[in-house]
Design a protein around this ligand. Structure first.
Ligand SMILES: [Zn+2]
Ligand SMILES: [Zn+2]
Length: 178
């Protein structure tokens, strides 16, 4: 088993020294862990079941990530939580093998696998959250709970409809003026 080695600002860092000491092909399970973070005003939580395997250049980390994304419905703004099921497969390489943006093994032979899991959730995120079951479609003209085609305001001149909304209702004209 690969021990956790926490550091501040890390989501879930593990020490890969025992695995790096082994030869190529060695595989060790990473004990299941959970991550949680806010990304773009949405709340992500997930659990990861990962394995780590020794490669020529470093360590391959792979496995399943399952969680959820909580935010607001794009249509009615009600709170919504949607499931995310995904996986990751990354290689963290030793600094001397690293080029460009390659994921590197960090200080103390460690890798923040929590960050990898969160990135996997983010990649699989729902771009638009919607209620489930779906909330009523909102009218693009008046915001009512009917499709645009059925809008009672649709046949009139939309500029007049806008003006009509600004006028005081019959019966309370003049009350606030003067
Ligand atoms: Zn909704
Ligand atoms: Zn309408």
């Amino acid at each position: 088993m690969i021990p956790a080695s926490p550091e501040e600002a890390d989501l879930h860092r593990v020490d890969l020294s025992p695995l790096l000491a082994e030869g190529g092909g060695a595989v060790a399970p990473i004990p299941p862990f959970e991550v949680a973070a806010e990304l773009d005003d949405e709340h992500f939580v997930g659990g990861a079941a990962l394995q780590a395997g020794r490669t020529n250049r470093g360590v391959r980390i792979w496995g399943a990530v399952r969680g959820s994304q909580a935010g607001l419905c794009a249509r009615c703004l009600a709170p919504v939580t949607a499931a995310i099921v995904t996986s990751l497969d990354e290689e963290a390489v030793d600094e001397r093998h690293a080029e460009g943006e390659a994921l590197r093994i960090g200080s103390g032979n460690s890798v923040d696998v929590g960050r990898l899991a969160l990135d996997a959730l983010d990649l699989a995120r729902h771009l638009i959250l919607r209620c489930d079951p779906p909330c009523p479609e909102r009218c693009g003209a008046c915001g009512g709970e009917h499709p645009l085609e059925a809008c009672p305001q649709r046949d009139g001149d939309p500029r007049l409809a806008g003006l009509a909304a600004l006028l005081p209702k019959q019966g309370d004209a003049g009350g606030e003026i003067g």
